[in-house]
Design a binder for this molecule. Structure first.
Ligand SMILES: Nc1ncnc2c1ncn2[C@@H]1O[C@H](COP(=O)(O)OP(=O)(O)O)[C@@H](O)[C@H]1O
Ligand SMILES: [Mg+2]
Length: 158
């Protein structure tokens, strides 16, 4: 059995590239999809999630859920937007379980803080600031996520 993950690194030159990444992912969205995000404050995690929400047909203005941990949005598929930064010292919040293992798509900012609650295969996106508008992202996952990663790789090799 192959256990290694597929991993790619791409350059987002501006927010339009970030939007494009979100749009491609929504083309492959499925119930129960989990996207874990990492990157320093201001790296683009929430911005990416905003574009993802828009692309899912969510009209509500998506804000950072830092003080709520979880916000639920209804769209073509429901979006559970979590920011688990505040759980750093706690490591879990079982109220999130129903969402993580629910029927929508979960986007989890700072996902490593609740790693013990997550299935071992999720799509991860790590954002790194490389300039005022540019970001380097490392995307990884396996099994059902490999198709998405390959599609992203194809569409960014321009
Ligand atoms: N290519 C890019 N992708 C994402 N955000 C960008 C990019 N270029 C500039 N930005 C800006 O960087 C900031 C990212 O903030 P935010 O998404 O809230 O970060 P985080 O959620 O990681 O703390 C926003 O002000 C956004 O407009
Ligand atoms: Mg954020």
């Amino acid at each position: 059995m192959r256990v290694d993950k597929l991993e790619i690194k791409i350059e987002l030159r501006n927010v339009d590239d970030t939007k494009k990444l979100a749009v491609i992912i929504t083309e492959y969205v499925f119930k129960g999809m989990i996207i874990g995000l990492t990157g320093d404050l201001g790296a683009g995690k929430t911005t990416f999630t905003k574009y993802l929400a828009k692309s899912l047909g969510i009209d509500d203005n998506l804000n950072s859920p830092t003080f709520n941990i979880l916000k639920v949005y209804q769209g073509r598929i429901d979006l559970y937007h979590m920011d688990v930064y505040r759980l750093e010292d706690i490591g879990f919040d079982y109220e999130l379980d129903d969402y993580i293992y629910g029927d929508g798509v979960s986007v989890i900012e700072w996902y490593p803080y609740i790693k013990s609650m997550l299935p071992n295969n999720i799509l991860t996106i790590d954002f790194k600031v490389t300039g005022e508008n540019s970001r380097e992202v490392i995307i990884s996952g396996k099994s059902e996520y490999e198709k998405i990663i390959k599609a992203i790789s194809d569409r960014y090799s321009n």
